[in-house]
Design a protein around this ligand. Structure first.
Ligand code: PBG
Length: 325
């Protein structure tokens, strides 16, 4: 037989496959989300996220040092806030002495060169467990919430956050936060917009980690309907116009089409959030011997790059970075 095109030639051995490979994961592309709590020398396991912990700030600093030595560029910090501090107005969110702000200062003091990203949304601080303020009819108030988000962004920027990540999905929050940061002189604080953030079941383990599940209702009046794709572009164009520096898609794995769509329609860097439920699925299957954890991790993370993500927030950041080094 004479066949002129044999695509298998480019797969004939590992060296050839290495040569023609289109995508790889660099430690520079990894952002490690980390959970933290009050106290000293604490390391509390999160049952639904094996290998992830709620760390006291001293241990958080040690963890960030380790990640930095592995060449990871950025950490995203999520405080687990004491129930007693959660209120309807979520005012602990912008307390300059709050756990979150203290942690940012300590991490930046110890590791000035790693980027610290902080989350903007009210859920860790809200007694209602919602990302926005809730009125007595159970409605999420958009414009009133913006004022709180602005204060929260400012408190985080003052503490030294390099990147603020609004994950709340209120309308116009990127523009509002950008205006507050500009007015207050924080011209170098970056905004990574959670641009296409879907109302997803894949956030379950994260809500366990922070005890932040909504007390009533769901998040469907602000997070996007997972049946929609065009709507992601609408959010993209708004976030671009409002001053976002990086746009994110969340969750990641079931939304690779959305990652590609944002990449093709924007000149901004695109981030993918490989969320808690995606991590938990791989961990649970691997623990049962049903999946090869390492191979699945690499395949999954590579798929984000192939779809067009410039960077990946992932609970596998440390494992992937160790594998690379
Ligand atoms: C808070 C927030 C959530 C996540 C990141 N920021 C949860 C939610 O919106 O309910 C989820 C991350 C994950 O599941 O890994 N607004």
């Amino acid at each position: 037989m004479q066949i002129s095109n044999r695509p298998r030639r480019n797969r004939k051995n590992q060296a050839m496959r290495n040569l023609v490979r289109e995508n790889a994961i660099s430690n520079n592309d990894l952002i490690a989300p980390l959970f933290f709590i009050e106290g000293n020398n604490q390391r509390v396991a999160i049952d639904s996220m094996p290998g992830q912990y709620r760390l006291s700030v001293d241990n958080l600093v040690k963890k960030v040092k380790d990640l930095q030595s592995l060449g990871i560029s950025c950490v995203s910090l999520f405080p687990a806030v004491d129930e007693a501090l959660k209120t309807k107005d979520a005012k602990e969110a912008y307390n300059p002495d709050a756990l979150n702000q203290r942690a940012v200062k300590e991490v930046k003091n110890a590791c000035p060169d790693i980027l610290v990203m902080t989350d903007i949304a009210l859920d860790p601080y809200s007694s209602d467990g919602h990302d926005g303020l809730v009125n007595d009819k159970g409605e999420i108030l958009n414009d009133e919430t913006l004022e709180v988000l602005g204060k929260m962004a400012l408190a985080q920027a003052k503490a030294g956050s390099d990147i603020v990540g609004p994950s709340d999905m209120m309308d116009s929050r990127i523009g509002f936060i950008r205006m507050v940061l500009e007015e207050e002189g924080f011209k170098n604080t970056s905004i990574m917009a959670y641009t296409a953030k879907y109302a997803s079941s894949f956030y379950g383990p994260f809500r366990d980690a922070l005890d932040s599940a909504p007390k009533a209702g769901d998040k469907k009046t602000y997070q996007m309907d997972y049946a929609n794709s065009e709507e992601a572009l609408r959010e993209l164009y708004l976030d671009e116009a409002e001053g976002a520096d990086i746009v994110m898609v969340k969750p990641g794995l079931a939304y690779l089409d959305i990652i590609q769509k944002l990449k093709m329609n924007s000149t901004l860097p695109v981030a993918a959030y490989n969320v808690s439920g995606e991590y938990a699925m791989v961990k649970a299957a691997a623990a049962n011997g049903w999946l090869d954890e390492e191979a699945t991790m690499v395949e999954m993370l590579t798929s984000f790059k192939r779809a067009g993500a410039d960077m990946i927030l992932t609970y596998f950041a440390e494992d992937m970075a160790r594998l690379n080094s």
